[in-house]
Design a protein around this ligand. Structure first.
Ligand SMILES: Nc1ncnc2c1ncn2[C@@H]1O[C@H](COP(=O)(O)OP(=O)(O)OP(=O)(O)O)[C@@H](O)[C@H]1O
Ligand SMILES: [Mg+2]
Length: 331
């Protein structure tokens, strides 16, 4: 549960990321995929914010942009009161300062197969960042590496092995150990369990919860799976086509969804216990392209409740009870 007046560790305002795309192969005409189009949120220290939405809605782009792994088109991001960038005011953190902060902000990826270099031993993979950022003195690197692996549920002798010698779940533990070795404060977890079996998924999520409590970590947890987000996160932000359409405490968003898109996502979650009642909304079609965003409310092309107004007028953000906010003309 989130208590009032908790410290904000990460703040994002009006973040935009547009990718240039060509309409036709030989065309000089420039067009943009508006992958992230005016997103704002804040994450409280030692809490988990879940970012949920269909494939292609811009979740990973948010993760990469706020960590400075790709350049932003607009907006401002602050981490522990330090401005990482403020595009409109031409401010961006110096390279030197970013290098220092880099260790405090880590990312864990979806694919534990692709994100670990197969030619390096686990010891090399986990110790790389420890050495680069001089997390401990040279003679303590191996000890720190072993300690991180053990904390993540792996045998310390794993340092001599290579990624192919591990299962998917174990590889994800290596990825977590690598991130944890940097003494991070904040971790973007980009679908960290999506590639794993359900039973392994919960082991990894439990590990992440333990580590969060032990080290006072804060997570941005990206997922397209509402049931995972609901059980794992303190707050949920629901994304559709580059924007957040609803945000609030996890229980509130799940049990009392406001936006028709949130209701539709929850509709697709299997019922957890008999007698549970849910409004069923089955979405038609697929999400439009980020290059061709519909007018008005960008969800109107799929919304069962759309009116004339939804087709012409963009809904503004409204804050409701229990810190819930929604962008929909129905409210
Ligand atoms: N480098 C790029 N160049 C052009 N367009 C891109 C680039 N990266 C992402 N996009 C586009 O931005 C949009 C958002 O992509 P993103 O990867 O952030 O989605 P996502 O929500 O993480 O999806 P998924 O659940 O499939 O991982 C998509 O339309 C994608 O095609
Ligand atoms: Mg993604």
């Amino acid at each position: 549960m989130i208590k009032q007046k908790e410290k904000i560790i990460f703040e994002v305002s009006n973040l935009k990321k547009y990718y240039p795309v060509r309409k036709k192969f030989f065309s000089r005409q420039k067009q943009y995929a508006k992958s992230v189009d005016g997103v704002s949120f804040a994450i409280k220290e030692n809490s988990i914010l879940g970012l949920v939405g269909e494939s292609g809605c811009g979740k990973s782009t948010i993760g990469k942009t706020i960590l400075g792994l790709t350049s932003p088109t607009g907006g401002k991001v602050t981490f522990r009161d330090k401005i990482i960038f403020d595009v409109e005011n031409n401010i961006s953190i110096s390279n030197g300062e970013m290098t220092k902060l880099r260790s405090e902000m880590q990312i864990i990826f979806q694919d534990p197969y692709a994100s670990l270099d197969p030619s390096k031993s686990v010891g090399q993979i986990v110790s790389e960042g420890i050495k680069k950022h001089k997390i401990v003195s040279k003679d303590k690197v191996e000890e720190k590496t072993r300690e991180m692996l053990e904390l993540c549920g792996l045998d310390a002798t794993s340092i001599f092995k290579y990624p192919h010698e591990f299962s998917g779940g174990q590889r994800q533990r290596i990825g977590i150990a690598r991130a944890l070795a940097m003494n991070p404060k904040f971790i973007v977890c980009d679908e960290p369990t999506a590639a794993l079996d359900v039973s392994i998924q919960s082991q990894i999520l439990n590990l992440m919860l333990d580590l969060k409590d032990k080290f006072g970590l804060t997570y941005l947890f990206i997922s397209h799976n509402f049931s995972v987000v609901k059980s794992f996160c303190d707050e949920i932000a629901v994304m559709y086509l580059g924007q957040i359409v609803e945000k609030g405490e996890a229980d509130e968003v799940y049990n009392n969804p406001k936006h028709p898109y949130t209701k539709a996502l929850i509709s697709s979650v299997p019922i957890q216990h008999p007698g549970e009642e849910k409004e069923r909304i089955i979405l038609k079609g697929s999400m439009p392209s980020a290059v061709d965003i519909p007018s008005g409310c960008r969800f109107h092309t799929r919304c069962p409740y759309k009116t004339e107004r939804c087709m012409n007028e963009t809904p503004t953000w409204k804050t409701l009870d229990n810190e819930t906010g929604v962008a929909c003309h129905l409210y």
